[in-house]
Design a protein around this ligand. Structure first.
Ligand SMILES: Nc1nc2c(ncn2[C@@H]2O[C@H](COP(=O)(O)OP(=O)(O)O)[C@@H](O)[C@H]2O)c(=O)[nH]1
Ligand SMILES: [Mg+2]
Length: 232
């Protein structure tokens, strides 16, 4: 089974109830310098397309997205994302979100050398503010459609990723390369850590929440359980 993003269902009715059922909820953060393409990557993943002109304004402070990923048949994980602004003047806002995240994507632009040079700074800042919680990051080399303008080689990025204990993946929101994979691979890795007990849900921490099944579903299951006498 290949983990996949579930597209939004119409709100209301059975679809909405169905969409509310998940095994785990992970809070994730998308970090990196301004203009590397964080908002476009996230928008493409959550909405299934490259954003139109109205959505390409620079992020102010923090934007919020949510979606469902089917990790194994019938097993869904709800992802909540904080899309942060890269500008220094917003850093004080984004810091408080590190503490309530279980991990995320650390994005640089393969055509922008300085965005790559800042990867370690982002990682250090995130780890410092998340302490004592562990963060699981993947390194993303974005805008890989612009191969002719590349300033950071794949080998160099892979080396940095492995030195920092991250996976490396190259993406493009323009031609949809690896957009879904970058999120599903991260989700799968966190899921394995949670399953093995290396990361656990805790009161007062939003990073990981366990199983949410609305009351109405239990009621439905009871009503249809075989052998049970129908109350009507
Ligand atoms: N060629 C190319 N441009 C991209 C891609 N993703 C984003 N962009 C452009 O990069 C600019 C900054 O994107 P944005 O998502 O706002 O960056 P953020 O500041 O990191 O959130 C915008 O002009 C986007 O159209 C991509 O995959 N390929
Ligand atoms: Mg943005």
């Amino acid at each position: 089974h290949r983990p996949r993003r579930l597209l939004h269902k119409a709100s209301g009715g059975e679809g909405a109830l169905d969409a509310a059922i998940w095994l785990y909820q992970f809070c994730l953060i998308v970090l990196g310098d301004s203009t590397v393409g964080k908002s476009c990557l996230l928008h493409h993943f959550a909405e299934g397309r490259f954003p139109g002109p109205a959505k390409t304004d620079p992020t102010v402070g923090v934007d919020f997205y949510s979606c469902l990923v089917e990790i194994e048949p019938g097993k869904r994980i709800k992802l909540l994302f904080w899309d942060t602004a890269g500008q220094k003047r917003f850093r004080s806002i984004t810091r408080s979100y590190y503490r309530h995240s279980v991990g995320g994507l650390l994005v640089f632009d393969i055509t922008n050398r300085s965005s790559f040079d800042h990867v370690r700074d982002w990682l250090e800042e995130a780890k410092m503010h998340a302490d004592p919680f562990q963060l699981v990051f993947n390194l993303v080399g974005h805008k890989c459609d612009l191969e002719s303008q590349r300033q950071v080689s794949r080998e160099e990025a892979e080396e940095l990723a492995s030195a920092c204990g991250m996976r490396y993946i190259e993406t493009s929101a323009k031609d949809a390369t690896n957009v879904e994979e970058s999120f599903t691979v991260l989700t799968t890795d966190i899921y394995e850590l949670v399953k093995n007990g290396e990361i656990t849900a805790q009161d007062g921490w939003e990073g990981v929440k366990t199983e949410y099944v609305p009351d109405a579903v239990h009621t439905l299951e009871r009503a249809y359980s075989p052998g049970e006498h129908c109350p009507c």
